[in-house]
Design a protein around this ligand. Structure first.
Ligand SMILES: NC(=O)c1ccc[n+]([C@@H]2O[C@H](COP(=O)([O-])OP(=O)(O)OC[C@H]3O[C@@H](n4cnc5c(N)ncnc54)[C@H](O)[C@@H]3O)[C@@H](O)[C@H]2O)c1
Length: 276
């Protein structure tokens, strides 16, 4: 197995692309890159919000639908034409509507999986070859969710998509290390962050029937600790500098993850051999 190449991450002057960058966590990450002196491109399907965010941050905004591979390929081409290189792709765009599995239509499944999972696949597919072309370094950040490891009720499609993103990022990081690549990969697992995710259905066209609905978690979970997108942005930049595989924004939730794994191990352990 080749040794992992050493890399020196220099964010000033580097180019970072953030999908879902018009709002919430993506905007917070974009702001952190801008403040570090990077060239920043935000990509989003919501054009009015994208234009407003690009203006307020002073960065380039490119209208993109991450669920559409051709749209993501065009984004990559435009970034290369503008800056000549890409160092970081943050596949962050996502939707988080609620709905019970028994009531969701197949179109509901498709809506969530196409943005949250296929969107990440499209981003990795279009940008990884460009990152690997850099002589110095590159990094992929994929936004999963701590929900991937907690499986809250009424979030079936969301959990399925985020668990898949976590898994693909772990495999990607291992493959890059095994190949001695200077490209790293990080899975971002946010807990509750103050964003516009409660309006996730705003980007979906009209549908005849749906089991999905919007929930304001801040109202429903007054006990939860909500953090600001800017805090997440700072954590993401630190993780890129250190080449960390995981960013967990709410470590206080990790005991729930440990419990889940303990249950899994206990449930799968062979029954004790009875005394004879
Ligand atoms: N807010 C939280 O508490 C939380 C927790 C865990 C994970 N996340 C994840 O963080 C990511 C960002 O979400 P957020 O909370 O900032 O929500 P947000 O709604 O504020 O931002 C999401 C952005 O993604 C964009 N988007 C949606 N569909 C798109 C598409 N097809 N193509 C391009 N852009 C698209 C939206 O227009 C929006 O600007 C998501 O992947 C979400 O699942 C959020």
């Amino acid at each position: 197995m080749p040794l992992a190449a050493s890399r020196k991450v220099e964010l000033a002057g580097a180019t970072a692309v953030v999908t879902g960058g018009a709002s919430g966590i993506g905007k917070g990450i974009a702001r952190a890159f801008r403040d570090a002196g990077s060239n920043v491109v935000i990509a989003d399907i919501d054009e009015p919000e994208l234009d407003a965010a690009a203006r307020s941050l002073g960065v380039l905004g490119i209208a993109t639908d991450v669920a559409d591979p051709a749209s993501v390929a065009r984004l990559a081409e435009r970034v290369m034409a503008e800056y000549g290189a890409v160092h970081v792709i943050c596949n962050n765009a996502g939707v988080g509507p609620f709905g019970s599995i028994g009531e969701m239509t197949l179109d509901d499944w498709s809506f969530v999986l196409r943005v949250n999972l296929q969107g990440v696949v499209n981003g990795v597919h279009a940008f990884l070859p460009l990152l690997e072309r850099n002589p110095d370094w590159g990094h992929v950040v994929n936004t999963s969710s701590i929900a991937a490891l907690i499986s809250p009720p009424l979030a079936g499609a969301y959990v399925a998509s985020k668990a898949a993103v976590l898994g693909l990022t772990e495999v990607l990081a291992a493959e890059l290390k095994a190949a001695g690549s200077r490209v790293g990969a990080t899975a971002l697992l946010p807990g509750t962050v103050r964003t516009n995710i409660r309006h996730s259905l705003r980007t979906r066209g009209p549908v005849e029937a749906s089991g999905l609905y919007e929930v304001d978690l801040e109202e429903r979970r007054p006990d939860a600790r909500f953090i600001e997108p800017e805090e997440v942005g700072a954590m993401v930049l630190d993780a890129i500098r250190r080449d960390d595989l995981y960013v967990v924004t709410h470590p206080e939730l990790l005991p729930v993850v440990s419990e889940r794994h303990a249950r899994l191990v206990a449930g799968a352990a062979p029954a004790a051999t009875p005394d004879r």
